[in-house]
Structures are given as C-alpha cells and as structure tokens.
Design a protein around this ligand. Structure first.
Ligand code: ZN
Length: 157
C-alpha cells in the first residue's frame, strides 16, 4: 500500500514534466512531497535534470540541417498536393451535410409517412432515416480510406 503511494508520486513527478497533470493530482502530489522526503528529493533531482537538459544546446553539422530542410520542404509539397486534391472532397462533404441538415425535417416526415403507408414498425423507418443521414459521411469515409490505401500502395512501389 505504502509502496503504491511512492510509485504514484514518482509517476506524477515525471508526468508533470511531460504533460500537465490534473489539479486534483497536483494537490495530492504537493501534499505527498511535503510529508515524504524521499519523493521530495526525487522531485528536486528531476527538476534539476530537466533544467540542465533545457540548457544544453547540441551542435549539429550543417549538412544535417540542409537535409532536414529538404525533407521538410518535400513534406510541405506533398501536403499541399494532397490539400489541393482534398478540398473538393471537403466542399462536397460540407454541401451534403448542409443539405442534410436543411432537409432533415422533411425527410423525417417523408420516412414517417412512407412507414405509415407501408405499415412497417417505427423503429425500421427511423433506422432508414438514420442510414440516409449517415450515408454522406460513410461515402466520404470510404473515399478517404481508398485514398489512404492508394497512398500506402504507391509508397511501397
Ligand atoms: Zn513518497
């Protein structure tokens, strides 16, 4: 039990440096560090190590910098190429969702009326309506999936 408390404190000390911990966790940790000198020492050492890591600047060869720049440039090019291709998909998605929202009320009534005329249970025509609503998103997801598969395939070539 006691061991778990110190393990938790160490985990929170490390997490506090990588990402933010919750207010509740911070209060718990502060209380624990006031009472436990071992963990307080760990917290101090971690703080010191992080500070000296931040102060260190690592010199690297200029060729590495230009190679890194080239990679970044190529990546930006690729993203821009994809962006030009992808905008049509986003516009059509937005359009179809906008139309979907605008017409939802009428389509709902249409499904209700048709369900009533055919005499099918409410749950069936309501599922039909939900499917009609989800169809544009499913088509867009399908297109994105095909794009991803094609990309993966062309990268292996
Ligand atoms: Zn402790």
């Amino acid at each position: 039990m006691n061991e778990d408390v110190h393990v938790r404190a160490e985990r929170l000390i490390l997490e506090n440096h990588v990402e933010h911990i919750s207010e509740h966790e911070r209060e718990w940790l502060d209380r624990h560090l006031e009472a436990c000198t071992d963990c307080d020492r760990v917290a101090g050492a971690t703080e010191e190590a992080m500070r000296s890591l931040c102060a260190v600047s690592v010199p690297f060869p200029p060729s590495l910098a230009s190679r890194a720049q080239l990679r970044v440039y190529l990546r930006i090019e690729e993203l821009q190429r994809r962006g030009r291709h992808g905008w049509a998909l986003w516009v059509s998605c937005g359009l179809s969702w906008g139309l979907g929202i605008a017409s939802a009320r009428y389509v709902w009534r249409g499904f209700e009326w048709a369900g009533d005329q055919i005499g099918i249970p409410n749950v069936v025509w309501q599922m039909g309506f939900a499917l009609w609503w989800a169809l544009p998103a499913l088509v867009a997801a399908g297109i994105l999936l095909i794009e991803k598969l094609r990309e993966g395939w062309s990268e292996t070539q």
